[in-house]
Design a protein around this ligand. Structure first.
Ligand code: ADP
Length: 501
């Protein structure tokens, strides 16, 4: 178990370093460097050195994931002197690992590509996915500001103009990088580049342990620097962007004892610190037992196999060589179907066409997860499933794609292309802990609320640390846009607060 944690830590840190454009030598360097170079020339040495640390800032941002870096950029654009503290040795958080894309409706890229969509439909499908339990105020703000978030990213050199689809959505509204690659590394690298260009100090190895208050107003933080020196830093406002708690098994099992023993896709810094600190200030939480289990996780490396593989045409196949579910159902539904199989695991099966459209697969291949067969029979042998069954499954599926009618499971999306281009591929997967839908309660101004619904003066939160937006099931692609929409809002609103106090 320890070795697994260590391996995961190493792969996360390596990815994060690569995303920041660092000179980490690894077989996959070329590809990441190419992606990173498109948006970033950031390097490890560009993290701010500690001798630059001041005693006071306007806005203190805790956590250098997508939400934190976005908030810092907006705070700065609104005239603030912000600082970011990150407890890990690298920036990026779980954001670096995001694969599928960023959902948004009524965007210029959808319009350019003739994709009809509306904010109302996005709202309706997200609410259905969340079983009607989503915070309606947050959800309205979310859908109405999704297109402008895509525009804002574009304006700072992060172009998400390649559209795909995720489970539970009926139209292509998942925006990803032009070359179809995983969104997280590209987004994190782009944000780091902008943070550096704006000269926003970003200190790594700085763990915030406490948020301080005076006369009922937040007024700073206590930071543990390099694991030894604690310093108190003053701030007129604090934005908590510490991510979820999916790597803190004590917290996970406190709320969900049934998840004991599952692997987690979360980076090791995802330990719910922000929630603990905010609760100490009287902030309240929502939906803490709503922890998303992702259906397709490669188990040995706890590595998420993105929904894009199914969105681009992949299917799920059991050890019998047959399909067993609508692969584009919501994550909770697909997870339940896998858990109902005797072996509680399955294969994502796809062809050369899917591989060319979902660039994230190149990474899975480099990590050694992908079985390859020159023919269906060859693949069946490698998967150890009956070849005649697998062949029949693919024949039936290809007919369903041709007729646009999946009579077996009623799948309606991710059917633009059949699975007929050799070679064929499969990745073995099973469910894993993925995302904290629960978290601290905020309003649409990103203000942290106490149990009576009052905002705690000077305290803001954004991203996975918050709860309520996604309700009981998060739709794939909604968290990446969440961190941009509410990260921006936290930056803007904290600046307004600082100016008026
Ligand atoms: P989001 O998607 O909401 O931006 P991420 O997981 O991408 O969340 O980023 C959260 C970041 O916050 C991670 O890089 C994590 O290491 C960092 N973090 C968590 N707790 C602390 C803390 N106590 N002090 C500083 N940084 C923290």
């Amino acid at each position: 178990m320890k070795r697994k944690v260590f391996r995961t830590l190493i792969s996360v840190l390596t990815l994060a370093l690569i995303s920041a454009g660092c000179s980490v030598q690894k077989t996959n360097k070329t590809e990441y460097t190419k992606e990173a170079d498109a948006v970033s020339s950031a390097s490890k040495t560009d993290y701010t050195s500690l001798d630059k640390l001041k005693d006071k800032y306007d806005v203190i941002i805790i956590g250098a994931g997508g939400a934190g870096m976005t908030a810092a950029l907006e705070a700065k654009a609104n005239g603030m002197d912000p600082v970011i503290f990150e407890k890990m040795p690298v920036a990026g958080g779980n954001t670096v690992k995001a694969s599928s894309g960023a959902n948004a409706s009524e965007t210029k890229f959808q319009k350019e590509q003739g994709i009809e969509d509306s904010n109302e439909l996005f709202y309706k499908e997200t609410l259905e996915g969340g079983k009607g339990t989503n915070d309606k105020d947050l959800l309205s703000y979310f859908v109405e500001n999704s297109a402008s978030a895509i525009d804002w990213l574009d304006s700072i050199g992060i172009k998400l103009n390649n559209l795909t689809i995720t489970g539970g959505m009926s139209v292509k509204r998942t925006h990803r990088p032009e070359d179809g690659s995983a969104v997280g590394q590209y987004l994190a690298a782009g944000l780091i580049k902008n943070v550096q260009a704006q000269k926003i100090p970003l200190f790594v190895n700085c763990e915030v342990r406490e948020i301080t208050q005076k006369d009922g107003k937040v007024n700073g933080v206590k930071v543990l620097i390099n694991g030894k020196d604690e310093k108190t830093i003053e701030g007129k406002a604090v934005i908590v962007a510490t991510g979820g708690y999916g790597a803190n098994m004590d917290m996970v099992t406190k709320y969900r004892p049934d998840l004991e023993g599952l692997v987690t896709t979360n980076q090791p810094g995802t330990t719910g610190d922000g929630i603990t600190m905010i609760e100490k200030l009287g902030g309240t939480t929502v939906d803490m037992d709503q922890i998303q289990v992702h259906p397709t996780v490669q188990q040995e490396n706890s590595y998420l196999i993105g929904e894009v593989v199914r969105g681009e045409g992949g299917i799920l196949v059991s050890s019998e060589g047959t399909r067993f579910v609508n692969e584009m159902g919501t994550r909770d539904a697909v997870t339940a179907s896998i858990n109902a199989l005797p072996e509680k695991s399955a294969y994502v099966v796809f062809d050369a066409g899917v591989k060319s459209r979902a660039k994230a697969i190149n990474q899975y291949e480099k990590m050694g997860f992908v079985l390859k067969g020159d023919s269906i029979e060859d693949l069946a042998q490698k998967m150890n499933v009956p070849a005649d069954k697998l062949k029949a499954t693919l024949d039936t599926w290809n007919n369903a794609v041709k007729d646009k009618n999946d009579a077996e499971f009623g799948r309606k999306t991710g059917m633009d292309n059949d699975l007929s281009a050799a070679p064929y591929y499969a990745i073995k997967i099973a469910p894993g802990i993925h995302y904290s839908m629960g978290g601290v309660k905020i309003n649409a101004n990103a203000e942290v609320l106490d149990k009576d619904g009052n905002a705690i003066p000077g305290l803001y939160a954004a991203g996975e640390v918050t709860g309520g937006l996604h309700g009981k099931n998060r739709i794939g692609g909604n968290s990446v846009i969440d961190i941009v929409i509410f990260g921006r809002q936290a930056g803007v609103k904290s600046a307004e607060y600082v100016k008026s106090n």
